[in-house]
Design a protein around this ligand. Sequence first.
Ligand code: 13P
Length: 250
Amino acid sequence: MRRKLVAGNWKMNGSADSSRELLQGILGGAAEVAAVELAVFPPFVYLGLVEQALSGTAIVWGTQNLSEHASGAHTGEVAGPMLKDFHCTYVIVGHSERRTLYGESDEVVARKYAAARKFGLKPILCVGETLEEREQEVTEAVVERQLKAVLDLEGIASFADAVIAYEPVWAIGTGRTATPEQAQEVHAFIRARLAAHDAALANQVRILYGGSVKGSNAAELLVMPDIDGGLVGGASLDAKDFLAIAKAGC
Ligand code: 13P
């Protein structure tokens, strides 16, 4: 059985005060959704306060990005060992906003995935097609290419400690969710690609769906056989909404 994971990607939102308030709200309802693993992904600068609020609780945390390098002259970057200092469990790599707004190629994403693993962090590897790619019916080819870059560099065994998030770019922040069937189809495709390398391992890997997940649509998505949780943007900034999504996964 794959335990569901509901992960809140806060993106570049909030303040110290609002982050503390959000965490208190989530902690207040966490016991009721204990069947689901909860994780939050604050901006780097709030990592300390997140660690302080969540240490000793069942909720884990991580960041939205990391450097592919271990240290050195990389102004503005944050390295894996620094994230370990703050006891991060996960790190998101290859989010579509990193790929499209900051030019991260499949190869850069694969190197970040490798860096995460090297420093003891579990990568959440994001994949997904743009609207144009979906309309051209190349969704599977795009997702396969994004996966292949990581498989080529780190191998199938690396997925034992990794999570995949399928986030169709056209569904992110648009209010336009993929239908459960559309999402399931791609999730099953991803699992089949992994299974071609190692069937037993593929069956254990959690594949999250991301893109306009809310309390009102989470249940129909999370009930699908290959959807193992959600990577939530906007709705993760509201404790009630975030908990409602987790509740749907229980
Ligand atoms: P929204 O839930 O705001 O659509 O964002 C999804 C996302 O990008 C999570 O990483």
